[in-house]
Design a protein around this ligand. Structure first.
Ligand code: UD1
Length: 336
């Protein structure tokens, strides 16, 4: 990989040697993936500051990370981001305006957060010579899929403002890597699921199906249900963040999936078995803009930083359903 370089306009970043006890900044740390990551970092003795504005994060997720320092704020606040980056060894940048649908509803907000917010992170990393920035990107940058499995050099033709803003942020980060020697890692997540993933208006299929099943509600499959997705557990996504941060000289963009795929029909059968709920299933028209199939080739991440996703979807779904059951009970408790 690449050694630190002295950029034309900035100082070279510090060498990334302090990997046993890192001082970290986790943007979006009150979110689903960020809170799982923060918990792992703290368990391993790293210091964690969380920056979150609760746009898609939840206060209750912070209960799991009481040792973290929490700052409520926005990545669009340049001065705040700059102050928080001082002395940091690694920034895990997860804060984002999330999802295709939200970006179509609010494209300016999406770009301001995902592009300009990320530039604030990159500028702060440059000024404070932060050695490592790990950025949460998305398989949404690829758009219509042309080959399976998807390798890193697959054409990038996003078909939503979200895919475009994630791609723009990724490209800006890679330019900063070349200009200033920041080890910028973009992790292109496929379909992530796991504990702390709540049901929201822009929700993904697993939380929609699980929460509806647990509440005794019917579910709708869009299209014939034979479309496939590469579902990756949040534990594996945490592992990808962690290992890419600890590998001192790694930088670049990597696909992060399980390397396996499953149809939506087969997913429903699994979830019926795990929840014990024989949900009523109806079929609706295919969702506009959906890709048919998705599957990550994860060999680049495996080679660069030993990414090794666990092939235990049944176990991970069981863990998720257990968490969702508690969540449904908690919400019911609050409404009585
Ligand atoms: C997801 C993300 C997208 C991201 C992409 C990256 C969301 C909502 N989706 O899209 O932002 O760019 O991964 O790979 O943020 N489905 C049903 N019934 C439902 C809901 C979904 O049948 O009630 C189907 C969908 O039509 C789709 C599949 O389930 O075929 C997966 O849907 P979803 O979880 O939204 O994921 P992606 O479409 O892959």
């Amino acid at each position: 990989m690449r050694e630190s370089v002295l950029g034309a306009k900035g100082l070279a970043c510090r060498p990334h040697t302090n990997v046993t006890k890192m001082k970290t900044l986790v943007t979006g740390g009150a979110g689903f993936i960020g809170s799982n990551l923060a918990r792992q970092l703290l368990a391993d003795g790293h210091a964690v500051t969380i920056l979150d504005n609760f746009q898609s994060g939840h206060r209750i997720n912070l209960d799991a990370v009481p040792q973290a320092r929490f700052v409520e704020g926005d990545i669009r606040d340049k001065a705040l981001v700059d102050a928080l980056a001082e002395g940091v060894d690694a920034i895990f940048h997860l804060a984002a305006s999330v999802g295709n649908k939200r970006s179509i509803d609010m494209p300016i907000d999406d770009a301001q957060t995902n592009i300009l917010g990320t530039l604030n992170i990159l500028e702060a990393a440059r000024v404070h010579r932060v050695p490592k920035v790990v950025f949460s990107s998305s398989a949404g940058i690829f758009g219509e899929l042309k080959t399976l499995p998807i390798q890193e050099d697959h054409p990038v033709e996003p078909d939503s403002p979200y895919g475009a803003s994630k791609l723009g942020a990724e490209k800006a980060g890679l330019a900063y890597a070349k200009l200033y020697g920041i080890r910028f890692v973009a992790l292109r997540y496929f379909n992530v699921y796991g504990p702390h993933q709540r049901l929201d208006p822009y929700g993904n299929v697993i939380p929609i199906f699980v929460f509806r099943m647990l509440r005794g509600e019917p579910i709708t499959i869009f299209g014939d249900g034979e479309q496939t997705r590469d579902f990756i557990s949040v534990q594996d996504v945490v592992q990808a963040n962690y290992r890419s941060a600890l590998a001192p000289d790694v930088w670049g963009a990597f696909n992060i999936g399980s390397g396996t795929r499953i149809s939506i029909n087969a997913l429903v059968e699994k979830l019926k078995r795990i929840t014990g709920v024989d949900a009523r299933v109806t079929y609706g028209p295919p969702r506009a803009g959906d890709v048919r199939d998705s599957l990550a080739d994860v060999s680049a991440a495996r080679q660069a930083f030993g990414f090794d996703p666990a092939q235990t979807m049944d176990e991970n779904l069981t863990r998720y359903v257990d968490w969702a059951r508690q969540e449904v009970a908690r919400v019911e408790q609050m409404t009585v």
